[in-house]
Design a binder for this molecule. Structure first.
Ligand code: XMP
Length: 335
């Protein structure tokens, strides 16, 4: 049977007991596949790669080498949290690479969305490949592939077009692809099952219940040509949104929420003088499968508080807007 097809008899992992059973099976399977060799994993801090990391640490401990690439487009404190949880909490063998300048220099002046995505995806692979070539004795590459990724690639193989290029399905350069055998313990699981397994592995809720974050990160929310000052404003405004959603209880209710700062300025006023600034656009959507989405009805009191904090605390932002567009016609991300 094709190992990339989920058997119809496979039970949906919805309870801690089923998760434990899955973990025990996969730990045995990984140990059998890997032996005493080393395994490399690109650990973005997203749900899938984090659960793979936790599972492999349980199975093979320090034989797993995690590489976390900070592309400079992470949300506030995101890389710091990955280091805290994996290096300090789980004692992982973790290499941290701050590649902010590499990415931002390449993106300088690039305004076209697909071009930005391609640059980020390609550079991500290059930074990771540079690191992989430096390491000795690694025979396996672990990936946080999940079943929807496999289904998506079946669809593409049938010639159906994707709306956007998703960077996390990009391939490694040939010299490395040939060198590594893949380890993909989650490849038959749906997202909800990955979360149940992550919880059973003891990962914190902040990581397991994390909302989706696109591979190109804040890069697709700092629309047009990214500048460091606008990216900084976006990151700060986004952190305020998250704090206020946590406080008001919306964080656990809304599927995905974030801020977009487009490449445009409007006239404003501050301290009795002219204050040209960018708008911060709030997006908060609910969906089951991200194919269509509806808008969360955020209470006005919460919107007022967020607006007040953003316009007083974030340099360069003079207006706050709320995006009321469902999908379709708006995609969830702006680029
Ligand atoms: P759109 O914008 O197409 O997004 O409505 C649907 C969902 O996918 C997420 N997204 C990505 N996730 N790599 C990812 O892993 C990507 O390149 C990417 N682009 C969009 C988006 O955040 C939303 O949840």
């Amino acid at each position: 049977m094709d190992s990339n097809v989920r058997p119809e008899t496979m039970e949906r992992i919805a309870t801690p007991e089923l998760a434990e059973k899955f973990i025990t099976e996969q730990v045995d399977e990984v140990r059998r596949q890997v032996g005493d060799k080393k395994v490399l994993l690109a650990l973005s801090g997203g749900v899938d790669s984090s659960v793979v990391a936790a599972l492999l640490i349980k199975a093979i401990g320090k034989q797993l080498v995690c590489v976390h690439v900070n592309h400079g487009l992470m949300r506030k404190n995101e890389s710091e949290n990955v280091i805290e949880i994996f290096r300090n909490g789980l004692d992982a063998n973790l290499i941290y690479i701050d590649a902010t300048d590499r990415f931002l220099n390449l993106l300088d002046g690039v305004a076209e969305p697909e071009k930005k995505r391609k640059i980020i995806g390609k550079e991500f692979i290059e930074v990771f490949a540079d690191e992989a070539r430096k390491l000795e004795g690694v025979s396996f590459l672990a990936q946080g592939t999940i079943y929807p990724d496999i289904l998506e690639s079946f669809k593409q193989a049938e010639g159906k077009q994707a709306v956007k290029s998703h960077h996390n399905v990009g391939g490694l350069p040939d010299d490395l692809a040939e060198k590594f055998e893949l380890v993909e313990p989650l490849k038959l699981l749906y997202k909800d099952e990955v979360r149940v397994v992550g919880r059973a592995l003891g990962l914190p809720s902040a990581m397991v219940d994390r909302q989706p974050f696109p591979g190109p990160g804040l890069g697709v929310r700092c629309t047009g040509a990214i500048t460091r000052d606008r990216l900084h404003a976006l990151r700060e405004a986004d952190a305020i949104l998250r704090e206020e959603f946590d406080i008001s209880g919306l964080a656990t209710k809304v599927w995905q929420f974030f801020v977009v700062v487009p490449d445009m300025k409007s006239v404003g006023v501050k301290d009795e003088g002219r204050y040209e600034g960018w708008p911060a656009i709030i997006r908060a959507v609910n969906t089951k499968d991200a194919m269509t989405a509806t808008i969360e009805e955020i209470p006005y009191s919460v919107l007022h508080k967020i607006t007040n904090r953003i316009i007083t605390e974030v340099d360069g932002i003079n207006r706050v807007l709320y995006d009321l567009t469902p999908k379709p016609t708006g995609t969830i991300e702006w680029e």
